[in-house]
Design a protein around this ligand. Structure first.
Ligand SMILES: Cc1ncc(COP(=O)(O)O)c(C=O)c1O
Length: 511
């Protein structure tokens, strides 16, 4: 007799994030019957067991079973359980609530090989807001009303050149100037306005840099573990990814890597992503020397350095030496909000003009009204004030999350490379825990952690969870943390957490 595949159901539940739990389970079971993943005569597990496996309430499972029995997908056999019927209805019944439009799936042959590879390795998930979501700031704290005044000012009577094609190579002149001043003070970046290109975020900047500086077959060093957004960009440009280990002092290039000079070296020196180390001065000097000797460009991804909660800001690598072979990239995604889609690149002077032309060719830049509004928001002091406010807030939230981790998992659970900065921490998990599965189960319960092992390219991986602390006020953190502990205990009952945890955590599993 066949039995039901819990992993398949978990995947199907996770694929419909907006729906209620009942609807998600109903759709998941019904679709599995219709597409044959649950063939006729398959026995469904008792409602109690399925509820436990999927961390849902038993009531939800019972209601779904009842509905599918009523619709003729399932049949109950006295004394032996619930089964998929022999004669499954061909057409799904008309649902009582409107169906959410699903995009038509593109059949694989319609895509290029490149396109298929891209889809297969896609990294951006649909759920980006919720408890412990890493890398997303508290977007609800942004001063929208104030920013709207600036937007209004520039929208009311926009100059024609703000509305046409590409009349400002590199972006708004005013934003370039505002950034020159801000970056000099806040990040020790040395540059002229002509070196700054405004982009739609770091991701676009990485794409531009890779396309313009790499030939097919070139190599690029990436941090191991590192930011996965970069991988697809490199693969799409036929660039070989060379993972380079990271330790507590940042990227550590072994001598044998020097035989194949990299074209690009991608680093996050101020706050290594995702582990959190700060690149030491000697490592910075070593990397600059390697780049100069080999004719490589260092791409400095400075994605969240504004948020350090103790000590002084870490100065950029770009500003360490005059004329350093460094392309410095920053973003407003963490300081303001990711949906704004604004970031910037500071190019070394010899590259700047070509990059502006290429940017206009690839992406047809725009959003000058928003760029001008942002420039004035910065020069009037609101940008720095917002960062100061959020830094205080995030510092408290980080301390609260770290305390919860230490209380429940012990002192060594916070990753040792972690520095008191950024928008997330890394919780290390015992080896026997499958972090990908645990994250999927937790996501299902609304706790949006990310599995650390997915940030590695090679086979030597650490397991753990990236946990963001920026989106959740302290008073809500304990409850969300309890959900995570409950998921862990349900799926790894043999795992011993610290004694305190057993006394303190309220199990918030549905009854
Ligand atoms: C290390 C790192 N670089 C870049 C980005 C993307 O930045 P943007 O939103 O500007 O594309 C992220 C996003 O999480 C990141 O973690």
């Amino acid at each position: 007799m066949r039995s039901l595949n819990g992993d398949l159901l978990l995947q199907r539940l996770a694929a419909q994030p907006g729906n209620k739990r009942y609807t998600r389970l109903y759709n998941a079971v019904r679709l599995s019957i219709l597409d044959g993943s649950l063939p006729p005569r398959t026995r469904l597990p008792p409602s109690r067991d399925l509820a436990q496996e999927l961390t849902l309430s038993r009531n939800t499972v019972l209601k779904v079973y009842e509905q599918l029995l009523a619709e003729g997908y399932l049949e109950a056999r006295a004394g032996s359980g619930t089964f998929v019927t022999d004669s499954v209805p061909d057409l799904p019944p008309v649902p009582a609530t409107p169906v959410q439009r699903q995009p038509e799936p593109v059949s694989p042959p319609a895509l290029s090989q490149r396109g298929m590879a891209l889809i297969a390795n896609a990294s951006a998930g649909p759920r980006q807001w919720g408890a412990f979501m890493p890398g997303v700031p508290d977007v609800s704290a942004f001063p929208h009303k104030l920013f709207a005044k600036y937007l209004n000012r520039f929208s009311r009577q926009p100059a024609p050149q703000h509305l046409t094609y590409n009349s400002h190579p590199g972006g708004s002149r005013e934003l370039q100037q505002a950034l020159v001043d801000y970056l000099r003070v806040a990040r020790s970046v040395q540059c002229l306005p002509e070196q700054i290109l405004i982009t739609e975020g770091i991701h676009q900047a990485l794409d531009l840099v890779t396309r313009m500086l790499c030939n097919p077959g070139d190599s690029a060093w990436v941090e191991e573990p590192g930011y996965w957004g970069i991988r697809n960009i490199l693969r799409m440009n036929d660039v070989n990814l060379c993972p380079v280990t990271v330790d507590e002092a940042g990227m550590l290039p072994p001598d044998d890597m020097l035989t194949v000079p990299p074209r690009l070296i991608f680093v996050t020196p101020s706050h290594q992503y995702p582990l959190g180390s700060v690149m030491s001065l000697s490592r910075r000097q070593q990397l600059l020397a390697i780049a100069r000797r080999q004719g490589s460009w260092i791409v400095e991804d400075d994605y969240d350095s504004e948020f350090r909660f103790a000590g002084q800001p870490i100065p950029s690598l770009q500003g360490l030496e005059a004329g350093a072979p460094v392309i410095y990239i920053g973003t407003f995604s963490k300081t303001l909000y990711p949906g704004l889609r604004l970031g910037y690149v500071v190019f070394p002077e010899p590259l700047a003009a070509a990059m502006m032309t290429a940017h206009a060719e690839f992406y047809r830049a725009g959003h000058l009204i928003a760029q001008n509004a942002l420039a004035h928001f910065i020069t009037d002091g609101h940008y720095s004030a917002h960062i100061r406010r959020m830094r205080l807030q995030y510092g408290k939230r980080r301390a609260c999350l770290v305390a919860l981790i230490e209380q429940h998992f012990g002192d060594g659970a916070l990753h040792p490379f972690s520095s008191n900065a950024g928008l997330h921490v890394v919780l290390r998990l015992p080896e026997q825990v499958d972090d990908v599965r645990l994250a999927a189960i937790a996501n299902e319960r609304g706790v949006l952690v990310r599995p650390l092992s997915r940030y590695y390219l090679g086979s030597r991986k650490e397991t753990g969870l990236l946990m963001g602390f920026s989106t959740l006020p302290e008073e809500d953190m304990r409850q969300a943390f309890g959900v995570l502990i409950a998921c862990l205990q349900t799926h790894y009952p043999a795992l011993r957490l610290t004694a305190e945890e057993e006394n303190n955590v309220t199990d918030s599993r549905p009854s």
